[in-house]
Design a protein around this ligand. Structure first.
Ligand code: AMP
Ligand code: GLY
Length: 417
């Protein structure tokens, strides 16, 4: 099978690396700057629109296109590529609206009985104050549209909530969501689906705040690990009934062509699990530890889902833990163009894989190119082993201003603290 992976982040590097190991894969084209250093991976040229992508796929006799990021999915790339006869892993634009519009997602959840926090929709800044005051405590405020991880505030005061909403409208949002503030640990539940059935991936946990102890501003994710203690097979079966069966009923009722990943961000509250958000793609950075942890071949599930005939097979997994190395300034404007050293030393450490997210190559050197630079991932039979390997590799890598969290997986590794 000849496969294209669209998208240039750490998630797509992890997917391309995993697919290339499949006996079914003849070659995988990917945009990661390390494409030509990965066995079985080739360099994907820049493809700026679906027509360019379709042309490349025809020329190279591509069998499967996997769309990594949300933006092209929301923009309808899957629809266009399928209309051109390609087999695509990624939902149509209507399905992708579950991520592209938080209001659409909440209304979908309400229509189909998926547990989620109470909410109100504001279409104008002047509405926010009165609506926010009706919530018990201060509501969470969310941009309706995509905002690259920066569209959510968990404010402490009503004034802050109103200010954030006003900023959202100023930034061009046409709606703002107010949501009852919940508390509890969060779990990322990703499933591969053909729109009729699901295969759940092992539960994982992301670390969204920039600082240790979950302090500081939200980021795209500073690290992730799998498995999550307490979220065992029986629990997962319960989540399939609670969240994914009603999701599938909703997809059928609304006529989405949903072949791809459905990612539910779930908070485990005292009142039971609640879905905070849906994403229409693999998580980043959750995919990095997931691809390392999965023992078997993921490609049959992805390929069968893309063809609308999901072959459900249980996925066995080890433990894995990914530490994101971020550039100075992130999650604000990152400093870029600095040389990264120690990558070869990190590679010498067993059971480690370093995924490139925000790097570029210049000759033999790698330079920083974005906020989240690398995803250093350790794997092992236990999370303790995975963390040991991952952090040993982190210790080898350096660039000016590099920062990372030293407490990835702490909740699982030191449950009483
Ligand atoms: P979202 O993009 O909707 O998942 O929100 C980003 C982050 O904001 C989540 O991972 C939570 O940490 C936090 N968050 C979102 N919704 C709520 C809520 N209703 N109550 C408390 N925290 C929330
Ligand atoms: N890790 C959060 C996300 O992928 O949206």
């Amino acid at each position: 099978m000849r496969i294209v992976v669209l998208g240039a982040g750490g998630r797509e590097h992890a997917l391309a690396w995993k697919f290339a190991q499949s006996p079914l894969a003849e070659a995988v084209w990917a945009s990661t700057p390390v494409a030509d250093a990965e066995p079985g991976v080739r360099v994907l040229p820049a493809l700026d629109d679906p027509a360019a992508c379709a042309g490349f796929c025809r020329d190279q006799s591509i069998d499967l296109v996997v769309i990594g990021p949300e933006a092209p999915l929301v923009a309808g790339w899957a629809d266009e590529l399928r209309a051109g006869g390609l087999t695509v892993f990624g939902p149509d634009a209507r399905g992708a609206r579950l991520e592209g519009s938080k209001v659409a997602a909440k209304e979908f959840m309400r229509r189909h009985g998926i547990p989620t926090a109470d909410f109100a929709v504001c279409r104008d800044a002047s509405e926010t104050k009165a609506r926010a005051a009706r919530f018990p405590g201060v509501p969470v405020v969310k941009y309706d549209g995509l905002a690259a991880g920066k569209g959510v505030a968990v404010p402490d005061t009503l004034d802050e909530a109103v200010d954030f909403a006003a900023g959202a409208f100023t930034a061009g949002q046409s709606a703002v969501l107010l949501e009852e503030r919940l508390t509890g640990p969060e779990v990322s539940l990703l499933a591969i689906t053909d729109g009729r059935g699901v295969v759940l991936l092992p539960p994982s946990q992301d670390h969204k705040r920039v600082g240790e102890g979950d302090l500081g501003p939200n980021t795209g994710g500073m690290g992730a690990y799998t498995p999550v203690p307490g979220c065992d097979a029986a629990w997962l079966a319960g989540m399939e009934k609670l969240v994914f069966e009603p999701f599938l009923a909703g997809v059928a009722a609304e006529g989405f062509d949903y072949r791809g990943v459905i990612y539910a961000g779930v908070m485990l509250t005292a009142q039971g699990p609640m879905v905070l958000e849906f994403n229409c793609r693999f998580g980043d950075p959750e995919t990095q530890p997931l691809m390392c942890a999965l023992d078997g071949d993921l490609l049959p599930s992805v390929w069968s889902a893309a063809r609308g005939q999901l072959a459900a097979r249980p996925l066995e997994a080890q433990a894995a833990l990914c530490v994101v190395l971020a550039a100075a300034g992130y999650p604000g404007t990152p400093v870029t163009g600095d040389e990264i050293t120690g990558l070869a030393d990190a590679r010498q450490i067993p059971n480690v894989k370093v995924f490139h997210a925000g790097t570029r190559r210049e000759g033999d050197r790698y330079l920083t190119r974005g906020g989240r630079v690398l995803g250093v991932t350790g794997v092992g039979e236990t999370l303790v082993e995975a963390a040991k390997a991952g952090y040993a590799a982190v210790g080898k890598i350096h660039f000016p201003g590099m920062h990372h969290r030293r407490d990835i997986g702490a909740r699982a590794l030191h449950p009483r603290e």
